[in-house]
Design a protein around this ligand. Structure first.
Ligand SMILES: [Zn+2]
Length: 282
């Protein structure tokens, strides 16, 4: 499943990268007249005769679409920067030195990447793009047993090792800025569910049993968490799949990725694009 998960992420990168490359090429073409052969959007416009009404409609439509995507991308990035700054201040102001030191000694192998903050809610997250860190609240330390805390820590450590906060951020920003490609929404959900399932598998492997993790998940399902920027929380949208994996590890988990409506919309867009190109070539 790990390979399929990475392949799906690669496919996501490919689709979103291709869409953005085409939009940037289109704007470069509009601004400078540069006309590369592999710019699909301007090719579509080229084959529609300059003076026709449809050419103007498509031109305006494409500009609106691209402007919308750019605004969404910038808006999302600014919002996340603000949230990130707020979260870092929150962590620094509530830093619990004693509990952090104890935790780092307990999990020597993971060490400095862990911080405990004073907070009355259950918080267990990994945050940070390039140097991800694990943040646990004091409530987690007080509420769970040592083995349950170990399950949480190893789960979060897997997110750190795989730079999941960064990958998660990329999934969010791409699906937000490219809403006309609904397949990204489905792929993103699939990838995020598997991020959690693989982290659980890693924790089970480290602890050599699934019971502690199952107890933590059941306790977490009732909790509301603050999930900051660039983070992946412990309890999340994947919770049902995670419980399913723990209850029956041998059963194959199916996360739907090809929902009919987004797939049809994406196929329709691609078909329209191909249709325009083919008719232009004939
Ligand atoms: Zn997680």
């Amino acid at each position: 499943m790990r390979i399929r998960h990475h392949l799906t992420f690669g496919f996501y990168l490919l689709i979103s990268g291709f869409a953005w490359a085409q939009m940037i090429l289109f704007w470069v073409h509009e601004a400078t007249g540069f006309n590369p052969e592999w710019g699909i959007l301007q090719y579509c416009l080229t084959i529609l005769k300059e003076q026709t009404a449809i050419h103007q409609v498509v031109l305006v439509g494409l500009n609106i679409l691209i402007a919308y995507s750019v605004l969404k991308l910038v808006g999302f990035a600014i919002q996340q920067i603000k949230l990130g700054s707020h979260w870092r201040k929150h962590v620094n102001s509530r830093y619990n030195h004693v509990k952090t030191t104890q935790l780092r000694q307990q999990f020597n192998e993971i060490g400095i990447k862990m911080t405990v903050i004073d907070h009355e809610g259950i918080i267990a997250v990994t945050y940070g793009f390039f140097r991800p860190r694990i943040v646990l609240s004091s409530k987690v330390i007080d509420y769970f047993s040592d083995r349950e805390i170990a399950a949480i820590v190893w789960h979060e450590n897997f997110h750190c090792r795989n730079f999941d906060p960064l990958r998660s951020y990329f999934l969010q920003i791409m699906k937000t800025s490219l809403p006309f490609l609904p397949i990204l929404e489905k792929l993103s959900h699939y990838i995020q569910v598997w991020m959690e399932l693989l982290a659980d598998q890693y924790a089970i492997q480290k602890l050599n049993n699934a019971k502690d993790l199952a107890c933590v998940l059941l306790k977490c399902t009732q909790q509301v968490q603050v999930v900051p920027v660039g983070s992946v929380g412990f309890a999340d949208a994947a919770i049902n799949y995670r419980l399913q994996q723990l209850i029956d590890p041998k059963q194959r988990i199916k996360v739907p990725v090809m929902n009919s409506i987004p797939t049809m919309n994406s196929i329709l867009m691609l078909t329209l694009l191909t249709g325009v190109i083919v008719s232009g070539c004939s």
